[in-house]
Design a protein around this ligand. Structure first.
Ligand code: RB5
Length: 157
C-alpha cells in the first residue's frame, strides 16, 4: 500500500530532504513502502541546491493538517532541517545518529519526526533508525507532563 489517499494518517509517513539527502530519501522511501506505509514524498528529488527550511515547512504542514502521522527529514547533517522543523507547533523532531537515541526519542519524547544527516550517518544505520522509529511506542507516564510542555499533540500515535 503506497497511495496516501488510501491510507489512514497513522499509516502515512511524510518524507522530505534537501539536495544532500536525495539518495538516502530514496532508500528510506523504499523501506517505508516495504513496511506497509503510504508515503507522502515532498521532495526534493534532484541535486540542485535548495533551502532545507522550505522542506521542513512542507512536511510540518502535512503533519499539522493530519494527513501524515509521522515524518522523516534529511539534510547533510540533519541539524538545519531539524532546527527548522522544530519551529513548527506540533512537531517534535529528533535528530538521531544511532538506534539507541532513536528508541529513546520515541519512548521518552514521543518524537513524531525523525531527522537524519545523510553526510554523517551511514545508510544502513539510517535504515535501522527508521525501523526503530516506526515500531517503538511512546512510554507516557513520567514523560507525559514534559512532552505536554513541548506544545500541542497533533499527530496520532
Ligand atoms: C547543505 O549543503 C547543508 O548545509 C545542509 O544539507 C545541512 O547539512 C544543514 O544543516
Amino acid at each position: 500500500m503506497s497511495d496516501p489517499a488510501l491510507q489512514s494518517p497513522e499509516m502515512t509517513v511524510a518524507i522530505a530532504c534537501d539536495h544532500a539527502g536525495v539518495g538516502l530519501k530514496a532508500a528510506l522511501r523504499q523501506d517505508l513502502i516495504a513496511h506497509g506505509y503510504a508515503v507522502l514524498d515532498l521532495g526534493t528529488d534532484g541535486p540542485e541546491s535548495v533551502d532545507y527550511p522550505d522542506f521542513a515547512a512542507a512536511l510540518a504542514r502535512e503533519i499539522e493538517a493530519g494527513r501524515a502521522g509521522r515524518g522523516v527529514l534529511i539534510c547533510g547533517t540533519g541539524i538545519g532541517i531539524s532546527i527548522a522543523a522544530n519551529r513548527h507547533p506540533g512537531i517534535r523532531a529528533a535528530l538521531v545518529h544511532d538506534v539507541e537515541t532513536t528508541k529513546l526519542c520515541r519512548q521518552h519524547n514521543d518524537a513524531n519526526v525523525l531527522a537524519l544527516g545523510a553526510r554523517v550517518t551511514p545508510e544502513a544505520v539510517a535504515r535501522d533508525c527508521l525501523a526503530v522509529f516506526l515500531t517503538t511506542p511512546y512510554e507516557g507516564g513520567r514523560h507525559e507532563n514534559r512532552v505536554a510542555k513541548l506544545g500541542p499533540r497533533l499527530s496520532p500515535n
